[in-house]
Write a protein that binds this ligand. Sequence first.
Ligand code: FPP
Length: 236
Amino acid sequence: MFSKKHKVDISLPQHIAIIMDGNGRWAKKRKLPRSAGHVAGAKNFKTIARYCNKIGLKYLTVYAFSTENWKRPQEEVNGIMNLLRDYLKDAENFKDENIRVRFIGNIEPLADDIKELIHKNEEMSKDATGLNLNIAINYGGRDEITNAVKNIVKSGIREADIDESVISQNLYTKDMPDPDFIIRPSGEYRLSNYLIWQSAYAEFWFSDVLWPDFTPKHLDKAIEEYNKRNRRFGGV
Ligand code: FPP
């Protein structure tokens, strides 16, 4: 069960997806450069991922860099890429955490050394049986669906054989359960091109807290709230 004080009657969603928003504002409030907000955000990402693994969550997907984030100043983009690089290099040190790491998104335009590190990390952790951690990098839901359509057309499948599962199987998240619960801190109430196909029946949780300030306690609270939702999937 997820934390001692909650014991019996709280059940975990199978898949939580988080939009790690508010790093820039967190930094601004402290009169720090935006890059400092991303540093704090990356640190918190590790804390929350470890916590999710500890409580027995099966899938966590985090939005680290979107297809639209290239529009940010070059310096900020480089800063985020460097944080990703550091995280990937450091991964050897937490091999024994039993977390399986995968990347979703189009990694093609990333620097060669980052791509290599990504492959190495995916390979190194592929037999882990704990948390499945997906990091969305250069990810966009529309880009993902466009890419799926191209693959489907290329495969030569007959129109009559195309159904929802064919589309799902051509997304980056193939073979993974859809997110049940999407969390967006920082006071914004939108999906920002995140998992737009997969979130069809997801529950949402929003909060004003900025991502670097989002603690395991906030996550506990969100999961508690999730447990009160009545999911009907279009039924009654
Ligand atoms: C959104 O906050 C955050 C991002 C676009 C980047 C998120 C990246 C990290 C948390 C670091 C990733 C690192 C690893 C290791 C996965 P914002 O900058 O839009 O904040 P604002 O809305 O307050 O300006």
